[in-house]
Design a protein around this ligand. Structure first.
Ligand code: HXC
Ligand code: NAP
Length: 265
């Protein structure tokens, strides 16, 4: 259950990339619960429709935007559709990402580029497309990164580089756009239970248990716990916060690379 008052974001319009599944879907549902109208963007229409139905059935407003974040022109069109339908845009959450495990030496140039294109360029494309609308009333951008942005992580050089780039972009945009009352922050989750990300990255069985116990708080996090931080950042409670990355990782980063060394076996 959220610690925030339902309806906190009434009257606001949000766009969530990667909103069709996992952490992005959780954030979209949470923003809708707080009263925002929510546009869901991702490549797979069916995934978006499923989440829009969950929001609609709960009495919220949602629309779907099947689109690839790598296609800047299509993102401009998608954002225009949102503004045409609901008249404004207040919140952008960038959660779309691609990831897989690969040793750096075995990763093709195209494999490296695919992840940079989706995560880093996709985040920039969405921010740039949203800017003309966010600047009208002020607004919020939250970029979902990962602890690999700062912790050297085996088999993750592509995702780590992309997320580090997003964290730098977050600070640059926060500074450039502060004057327009646009706050730009990032949230870096640690390992989150029940997500596509962890099913791709974590070993199964006993090794997964070892990885869990290595987290200082002794467990993986939940999608809800990421939603709490995003809600804080976009709400008036976060009004003086911009240019930061919030670690929501159960203390994983305190250990540096240690918890990730299991990925090598
Ligand atoms: C090595 C791989 C690979 C793999 C793809 N590639 N999968 N290389 N190991 N497992 C290479 C391909 O060979 C190709 O290079 C290049 O990447 C592009 O592949 P495509 O399939 O053509 O790309 P595309 O359709 O654009 O798919 C992008 C993707 C895909 C990233 C590869 O997995 C995807 O779309 N994923 C979206 C969902 C997702 O990943 N969710 C998890 C996010 S979680 P060549 O040279 O052959 O052309 C996350 C967790 C963070 O980020 C942290 C947790 C702690
Ligand atoms: P997920 O369910 O796979 O979410 C990623 C979403 O991005 C999917 O809905 C995917 O939908 C969409 N997407 C991928 N490529 C896209 C593209 N080119 N254009 C538009 N949308 C695209 O994975 P998740 O684990 O919840 O991850 C969500 C976010 O949290 C990511 O940014 C990830 O890096 C971050 N994160 C996750 C964890 C974790 O433990 N899971 C930890 C740290 C950080 P389509 O494929 O249909 O487009």
């Amino acid at each position: 259950m959220s610690v925030f008052v339902d309806g906190l974001l009434r009257g606001q319009v949000a766009l969530v990339t990667g909103g069709g599944s996992g952490i992005g879907a959780g954030i979209a549902v949470r923003l809708a619960k707080q009263g925002a109208k929510v546009a869901l963007l991702g490549r797979t229409a069916e995934k978006l429709t499923n989440i829009a139905k969950i929001i609609g059935d709960a009495g919220g407003d949602a629309m779907t935007l099947p689109c690839d974040v790598r296609q800047a022109a299509l993102l401009d069109t998608a954002v225009s559709e949102v503004v045409q339908k609901w008249g404004r845009l207040d919140i952008l959450v960038n959660s779309a990402a691609g990831n897989f495990l690969s040793p750096a030496a075995a990763l093709s140039a195209n494999g490296f580029r695919a992840v940079i294109d989706i995560d880093l360029c996709g985040t920039f494309n969405a921010c740039r497309a949203a800017f003309p609308h966010l600047e009208k009333n002020g607004g919020n951008i939250v970029n979902i990164t990962a602890t690999q942005a700062n912790i050297p992580t085996p088999l993750q050089c592509h995702a780590g580089a992309a997320k580090a780039g997003i964290e730098k972009l977050t600070r640059d945009l926060a500074l450039e756009w502060a004057r327009m009352k646009i706050r730009v922050n990032a949230v870096a989750p640690g390992p989150i239970e029940g997500t596509e990300g962890m099913s791709r990255l974590a070993p199964q069985g006993e090794a997964a248990e070892t990885l869990r116990k290595r987290v200082p708080l002794g467990r993986w996090g939940t999608i809800e716990e990421i939603c709490e931080t995003v809600t804080f950042l976009v709400s008036p409670a976060g009004a003086y916060v911009t240019g930061t990355t919030f670690l929501v990782d159960g203390g994983t980063s305190l250990l540096g690379a240690a918890p990730f060394l299991e990925l090598m076996v």
